[in-house]
Design a protein around this ligand. Sequence first.
Ligand SMILES: *[C@@H]1O[C@H](CO)[C@@H](O)[C@H](O)[C@H]1NC(C)=O
Length: 264
Amino acid sequence: MKHRPSALLALVWAGMWGLVFATPVNNAHGRNPASPPGSKLLYIMLDGFRWDYVDLQSAAVLPGFTKFLKEGVRARWTHPLFPSLSYPTWTSLVTGQYAENHGVVGNYFYDSATKEEFSLFDVYASLMKMTGVNVYKHNDIPEKYHFKNNKYVHEIVVSAEKGNFVMASHSDKQLPARSDFVYYGAHGYDPDVQDMKGIFFAKGPAFQKGKIIEPIHVVDVYQVLTHVLGLTPQPHNGTWNHVQDAFVQSTPATHDESLQRHQC
Ligand SMILES: *[C@@H]1O[C@H](CO)[C@@H](O)[C@H](O)[C@H]1NC(C)=O
């Protein structure tokens, strides 16, 4: 079969460490008029791409991005997930679900072999004495994070405030000592911290040209992918209203999409 030129390209932020992938898909369904059958979707995730990085450079420094945005659509920013870490975010981007639903709640998984006996109360009491962190008992994790209703979420969750960094004292995951390492950036902070916001750029026949839409949420991206490919989305937490202005014709959501809409 002849390959058409790549019809669509979406760039999406996803946490801090790098991953880029591309998925050509042949669409045989044609259920959805967002793009003609046989269109391809190239989906690139750029990790650690803060929402305003492209605006901090002159157009001449980033000619590719400048051209892309002139020909495509951009959300003002993408609101991250809690936790604003890579693995949970990648999973939300391709499922449209919050971490409490898809279950990938962190970048690292607890090794039960190293489990130590401790009193939850003592741990909580000493954590509460620390400055620069927010400490939540499981039941007190704010609802807006859509995080607590999952069995893998621990009894206590600690979230550093901007400008602070939590390091393990005896771990091969420990970062180098402060004195000889410069932190240029980090992720995992509260999704409401503006520095945590990411990007959503998209271009192709399905999308508006040179348009900026209002901020979207990480869980909104999945429905963009399925809409473009004409696939029926699985149940997800995206909101169609957040993304509909990105498309050339505001095609009404399919029946399946309208069923999945959750206002947040
Ligand atoms: C997110 O989506 C899942 C799957 O449809 C659903 O079970 C869950 O209730 C949704 N969460 C919210 C906060 O809407």
